[in-house]
Design a protein. Structure first.
Length: 244
């Protein structure tokens, strides 16, 4: 997305929310293009350090990670929340653009279509109604996470602007005035108890023999169980969001 489009959306959303740090967040929202984020990818011979893509799942996940960092920093009164939020908004807005072109049943990356859509979006106004719609959403951490991670990128420039603005509004609300899910603490306490039991179960293998192999196996299984316990992660996020 063009820098000026990033700035216009971010400015409209932040000032719409009445933020006094608006100007700094607006400048931070183009940082990922100036100081890119990197990730590591395994190649044939070695591990490569590559720039994070600004479209797709990787970018959407990074957007939410930055949003969470922004929320935590804000609760600690740490000024870096402006940079984190700016970076989150950049990825959210870029992810709203579908960089692919479709031909019959094939979908392929097209710079021409991508640039055309971003140019067209640059000439459109920031949709105020999308800001209002975003602010009136119930912004619990998991709802915001799902909205960002499962967003469907658009090809139509008007739809790109609506989606980018709507999700930016939700993201800003999630940092400064998120909604709490009633009973979240209670559910998290229960989920944590169950989680601890589940994570310890694989170690029962050790009863069959206290060997190094069994121990490694138990660790791996326990790690998998930890990752797959979505119920636990869901309620953990609901509670963590309100703690610095
Ligand atoms: Zn970008």
């Amino acid at each position: 997305m063009k820098w000026e489009t990033h700035r216009r959306i971010t400015r409209a959303v932040c000032s719409g929310f009445g933020l006094s740090s608006s100007a700094e967040i607006v400048e931070a929202c183009i940082l990922p293009d100036k100081q890119p984020d990197y990730t590591y990818r395994a190649g044939k011979r070695r591990v490569y350090r590559v720039r994070v893509s600004h479209h797709g799942d990787e970018a959407a996940n990074l957007a939410f990670d930055y949003l969470k960092k922004a929320r935590k920093a804000y609760l600690r009164a740490d000024g870096r929340y402006k940079e984190y939020l700016g970076r989150a908004l950049h990825y959210i807005q870029d992810c709203s653009v579908d960089p692919n072109e479709k031909l019959w049943i094939f979908s392929f990356r097209s710079d021409q279509a991508h640039n055309g859509r971003e140019d067209a979006a640059a000439s459109l106004r920031v949709p105020e109604e999308a800001i209002r719609a975003g602010f009136s959403e119930t912004c619990t951490p998991n709802r915001v996470k799902d909205a960002i991670r499962y967003m469907k990128p658009r090809k139509n420039p008007e739809e790109i602007m609506i989606l980018a603005t709507f999700l930016s509004a939700i993201a800003v609300k999630a940092v400064f005035a998120p909604d709490k899910t009633p009973g979240a603490e209670e559910k998290y306490r229960k989920a944590l108890k169950i989680h601890l039991v589940l994570v310890l179960v694989p170690f029962l293998i050790l009863l069959a023999g206290l060997t190094a192999l069994n121990f490694v196996l138990a660790m791996i299984l326990s790690g998998i169980v930890h990752m797959l316990d979505f119920y636990y992660h869901k309620w953990k996020l609901e509670c963590e969001w309100f703690k610095p």
